[in-house]
Design a protein around this ligand. Structure first.
Ligand SMILES: C[S@@+](CC[C@H](N)C(=O)[O-])C[C@H]1O[C@@H](n2cnc3c(N)ncnc32)[C@H](O)[C@@H]1O
Length: 304
């Protein structure tokens, strides 16, 4: 049944044969496995859901449903692109993050599961405090961190900045979809620049960021699905990947409350270097790292 050539097989077979959801799922999963696509079954499910306008669970409820030609044609085009390592999140324009469904375009980084650790730590910190909490999310991209924090901490008001206007349009859509426009403010500009210095001096209980942190050497070695599709300015941060961390730690003093916290997502080799930068800032009484599910250093936490 499986042929490595997506151009030939689906065209001839899809036109002449009956394809149920189950057959398609199995065929596409096998095709993606051969092509080395990440999470082949999940990717197949997401594409089928997008074309058939179904939830994932419904694929299994309607396993024997016959898929019609217009939908097969649409599916074939998407399967071909995914087989060439175009990320499925960009193909379907959506992704899941911290149990929120978010819109995604190629203007923003696809939110990663590792970033959920940063959100978890942010929520935990905010819940230990009482009263309204002011949060600053630097480099917000799709707004995933801002949305997840605001959704889970009703007392939080979030200011989120990004240099990329197109990414902020996506963030605005996500903030609106989740009913958070009253509590999340999006500002365009370089790191802290759009935050007003005098007005917002020592304003924030928590500053979070998942900034660009890939070094030039790492960037050259990134997988095709990342390097060819995700925005370079969302990933690359100078020769050693630490440029944005240096700039954040140099400016954070002006904006963080005396009992506030700074939380940064980091590359798994950057723990020592980022801790040193935080120590050099001379502002924090407690600096420590949290590991992700793979056991890698992933989040640096600095408490004032
Ligand atoms: C690694 S992505 C993170 C996006 C999102 N926070 C997430 O966790 O998926 C970094 C983001 O930083 C933005 N960015 C890069 N340089 C910036 C700067 N100097 N000031 C503000 N945002 C910046 C990029 O446009 C991109 O959206």
């Amino acid at each position: 049944m499986c042929n490595d050539n997506i151009h030939l097989l689906p065209k001839t077979r899809l036109l002449n044969e009956i394809w149920t959801i189950q057959r398609l799922l199995n065929w596409i999963t096998e095709y993606f496995t051969k092509k080395g696509v990440d999470s082949p079954r999940l990717s197949a499910e997401l594409l089928l859901c997008d074309v058939l306008k179904l939830e994932r669970i419904q694929l299994y409820t309607f396993f024997d449903r016959i898929v019609q030609k217009p939908q097969l044609d649409a599916l074939r085009a998407l399967v071909q692109r995914a087989g060439e390592h175009e990320p499925v999140a960009y193909l379907v324009g959506r992704c899941e993050f911290y149990s929120l469904s978010l819109a995604i375009t190629r203007d923003c980084l696809i939110p990663r599961p590792e970033t959920e650790l940063l959100v978890e730590q942010a929520i935990h910190f905010l819940r230990t405090r009482s009263g309204p909490q002011a949060v600053l999310d630097l480099c917000t991209g799709s707004g995933c961190i801002a949305a997840a924090v605001a959704k889970n901490v009703p007392d939080a008001r979030v200011t989120a900045t990004d240099v990329c206007e197109a990414a902020l349009s996506v963030a605005a859509k996500n903030i609106q979809t989740h009913g958070l426009s009253e509590r999340v403010q999006l500002l365009c500009g370089d790191l802290f620049d759009p935050v007003i210095k005098g007005l917002d001096a020592l304003a924030f209980d928590l500053i979070v960021s998942n900034p660009p942190y890939v070094s030039e050497t790492e960037y050259a070695q990134l997988e095709k699905n990342v390097k060819d599709y995700e925005p370079k300015h969302a990933l690359l941060a100078g020769t050693d990947g630490l440029d944005v961390f240096r700039r954040i730690t140099a400016q954070v003093d002006e904006f963080l409350k005396p009992d506030g916290a700074l939380m940064l997502e980091i590359g798994y080799t950057q723990g020592k270097a980022v801790c040193e930068l935080l120590e050099q800032a001379g502002l924090f009484k407690d600096i420590h790292l949290k590991k992700d599910l793979a056991g890698h250093d992933r989040v640096a936490i600095a408490l004032r």
